[in-house]
Design a protein around this ligand. Structure first.
Ligand code: GYE
Length: 327
């Protein structure tokens, strides 16, 4: 009898202790303490130069929120000194991980060494640097040489029956940036197999629509016969289309156009036959970046290079996928 009573009492006591614990646990989770256990990621973005960049920024911000990572975000407005300053401030703030999309390839050794001395892992996203690979944890992004080659292969096919010179103008991305260097390299090496295909002018349009338009205007004035425009991104191509129309020519017909990125506006122009070919470059790097951030914060080793998967589009293919594009 006594045994039964004490057993019942013990069971009751246990139940109330468990209830208190459960309640207490919930209170702590939903109240106070918020964020204290979160991984802090300092991210330095290149700027807001293009539709690609806008989609990339959204992907990073949305993915951080979903992954429960505390994101400190800064926009460098395409200036390396701004990026270096914000990386230094992330080091001072002792964030857990630093990620950045380097505006240009050179000049990062000093700040990367500072991050390493502070034992903060650095993840490169989207663009490469020429520093030693021991100075960063990993680099996630596209193969820009391959993107340039894809455009080159398309150009070879498009102009394979040309009997005379095919005059090409190139709108390059930001001077000294990995995508501008590599896309040019891949494209020019590929078209070299047909001596009819000649780049008659090549100039930077800084990856922006406004600059693309301005530079194309000048190129149209200086070169009476242009057969093909290769723009290193959709935005410069879209700016150039405005200049071509203003000159009384039909984009996609009088001057063929190939670009890289495949953002919504570019794909819309492609489906309307104002652009003839786009090599895709995916800006949706956020989710993978957050996974890598968690691993880096936990001290896990990372693969040094992670290449983004991408494809290419003709006008017909663009029309088919346009309504389901995320960006
Ligand atoms: O192609 C361009 C952007 O670095 C891949 O930067 C990125 C490039 C992209 O401004 O639109």
């Amino acid at each position: 009898m006594l045994k039964k009573l004490s057993a019942a009492l013990a069971a009751g006591l246990l139940a109330s202790v468990l209830a208190a614990c459960g309640g207490g646990g919930e209170d702590t989770a939903s109240g106070g303490e918020a964020g204290s256990g979160k991984i802090v990621l300092g991210f330095s973005q290149v700027g807001s130069e293009s539709g690609w960049r806008a989609a990339n920024t959204k992907s990073v911000k949305d993915s951080a929120a979903t992954a429960g990572i505390d994101l400190k975000f800064s926009d460098a407005q395409q200036k390396q000194e701004n990026q270096i300053a914000s990386i230094r401030s992330y080091i001072q703030q002792k964030v857990d991980v630093i990620a950045f999309s380097p505006v240009v390839v050179t000049g990062w050794d000093a700040v990367l060494k500072e991050a390493q001395a502070a034992k903060i892992p650095v993840i490169l996203t989207d663009r490469a640097v020429d520093s030693d690979a021991s100075l960063y944890a990993t680099f996630i992004g596209s193969d820009f040489v391959k993107e340039g080659e894809e455009v080159g292969k398309w150009a070879l096919e498009e102009f394979k029956s040309a009997t005379g010179p095919v005059n090409i103008v190139q709108l390059e991305g930001t001077v000294g940036s990995a995508p501008a260097i590599d896309r040019k390299k891949g494209f020019e090496a590929t078209i070299a197999s047909n001596p009819n295909l000649k780049v008659i002018a090549s100039q930077s349009g800084d990856f922006t629509r406004a600059k693309g338009k301005e530079v194309m205007q000048a190129l149209l004035q200086a070169n009476p016969k242009i057969d093909l425009l290769f723009a290193h991104n959709d935005d410069m191509g879209l700016g150039a289309i405005e200049a071509i129309k203003a000159a009384g020519l039909k984009p996609g017909t009088d001057i063929k156009i190939a670009t890289i990125d495949a953002v919504k506006d570019g794909m819309t122009a492609l489906a309307a036959n104002e652009i003839n070919f786009i090599a895709e470059c995916s800006p949706l790097l956020g989710e993978q970046l957050m996974e890598l951030t968690k691993k880096a914060a936990a001290g896990e080793p990372l693969e040094k290079r992670i290449v983004t998967k991408e494809t290419t589009f003709t006008p017909q293919q663009a029309a088919e996928v346009l309504s389901t594009r995320q960006y």
